[in-house]
Ligand binder design. Structure first.
Ligand code: FES
Length: 87
């Protein structure tokens, strides 16, 4: 599991194994636009302010992934215990 924090509200949520960041946020009423939910379209691309994503998308280039400043919350996860998202 890892935590995601919404920068605008400071609210922090735990993402358990088997659930996506988008699923957890939607349950909490935090709306993230999604389309493919498979890491292909980039609709859900979200800015990461702190923490290191574990990229599982095919949308960003290798260079973009390596920058670790955006990730796709429909399918990607975290390498660090906490991600702070620009939401
Ligand atoms: Fe398509 Fe996340 S919804 S990449």
């Amino acid at each position: 599991p890892f935590d995601v924090r919404i920068a605008s509200t400071g609210a922090t949520y735990t993402v358990p194994p088997g659930r996506s960041v988008v699923q957890v946020l939607q349950e909490q009423g935090v709306d993230v636009p999604v389309s493919c939910e498979q890491g292909i379209c980039g609709t859900c691309l979200t800015r990461v302010l702190e923490g290191i994503p574990e990229h599982r998308d095919l949308y960003q280039t290798e260079e973009e992934q390596a920058a670790n400043d955006h990730f796709t919350p429909c399918c990607s996860r975290a390498k660090s215990p906490l991600l702070v998202l620009d939401l």
